[in-house]
Write a protein that binds this ligand. Structure first.
Ligand SMILES: [Zn+2]
Ligand SMILES: [Zn+2]
Length: 341
């Protein structure tokens, strides 16, 4: 599992005039004070990514889906129902798939659901083209283990675009090789469903299949509304561009913003030894993942909003699943007192 990123407050006390050679590997010289700090201001690229091995399949897929989203803005592909599919899809695929399943369930085991339901949520996550469960979890567990220190796969302290997107474009042997995944995902690799996804790429079919299902629904409703095949095709294509391509791009940038923006901008409730922040804008867009400093301080907690006003729709969904008897053993923030409910 992840190691805790919380460090005792005394490690942050800054004492001037210390040689970098005398410092442990996780401590840096703060350029402002000249003293040691566990919070680095500028990082080198993670060890292992140079010389670059470009992940062309990732670069091409990200470029193509961004290009495919552009026709959504042509009048012939516009529809208000298509636009509405974006927030609906962000919740359905992004919030339930990425936040609830990949992040809070698979990476941090903040609650428990029956295995077949966990797998169903993982299928939703796969429709976001963010990789297999194990590859996502491996990168994220390494991020927590070394947050904002050099081995962190995507710290924006290298530079903003590195943390947001560029880290995906080059291979990092610590997280995207068989060895890296096996090191960080011993638990997931015991599950034959997740293990099989590392050995064949059939899961990639879920994306076009989900797109076809959305198009078919658009065609049916379009025909019902207009009574013409032309009207059916117009709504079907509108739903494809808005409900699939635009939604995919939006979910990507929301997920990536948690890696980039919430390690740079926002406030901190906890001293965590890295630069994680709580950012209300990212929290609203992402359905609660923007309370990222809270999350780094208490990684297993299924709730990322710790104060009453830190609204966390993903946690509200988990609470709903508990009420229906589907989810149990929810890990709550330590600061709330009772740990499991
Ligand atoms: Zn983080
Ligand atoms: Zn996490």
């Amino acid at each position: 599992m992840t190691t805790t990123a919380s460090r005792p407050a005394e490690t942050l006390v800054r004492t001037p005039k210390v040689s970098p050679r005398d410092l442990p590997p996780d401590v840096f010289i703060d350029p402002e004070t000249g003293g040691p700090s566990t919070v680095a201001r500028k990082l080198a690229l993670p060890e292992g990514v140079q010389p670059y091995t470009y992940r062309w399949h990732v670069i091409i897929a990200i470029a193509l889906i961004h290009l495919a989203a552009i026709p959504a803005f042509l009048p012939q592909f516009f529809s208000w129902t298509g636009v509405a599919l974006v927030p609906i899809g962000v919740y359905f695929f992004g919030c339930l798939g990425i936040n609830l399943c990949y992040h809070r369930l698979l990476t941090h085991r903040g609650f428990v659901v029956p295995k077949w339901i966990e797998h169903a949520f993982a299928m939703l996550a796969l429709c976001n083209l963010q990789g297999t469960p194990a590859s996502w979890v491996a990168a994220h567990r390494r991020h927590h283990q070394h947050a904002d220190h050099e081995p962190d796969p995507h710290s924006p302290l290298v530079h903003f675009l590195w943390g947001h997107i560029l880290w995906l474009f080059v291979s990092n042997p610590h997280v995207d090789t068989k060895e890296g995944i096996e090191k960080y995902c011993v638990d997931l690799m015991r599950d034959p469903v997740y293990r099989s996804m590392e050995n064949n790429r059939a899961w990639l079919l879920l994306y076009p299949l989900s797109a076809l299902a959305i198009m078919a629904a658009g065609f049916g409703i379009g025909f019902w509304m207009t009574g013409t095949t032309a009207g059916a095709w117009q709504l079907s294509l509108s739903w494809l561009f808005w409900g699939v391509f635009v939604r995919t791009v939006v979910v990507w940038h929301i997920t990536w913003s948690v890696n980039s923006i919430t390690h740079m901008f926002g406030y901190r409730n906890y001293e965590t030894g890295e630069d994680s922040r709580n950012n209300w804008l990212v929290a609203i867009l992402s359905g609660g993942e923007g309370w990222h400093n809270n999350h780094h301080a208490d990684q297993r907690s299924a709730a990322h909003g710790h104060k009453w006003w830190e609204i966390d729709p993903t946690y509200l969904t988990i609470l709903f699943l508990r009420k229906t008897g589907i989810a149990k053993d929810l890990v709550q923030p330590r600061s709330w007192g009772q740990r499991k409910v």
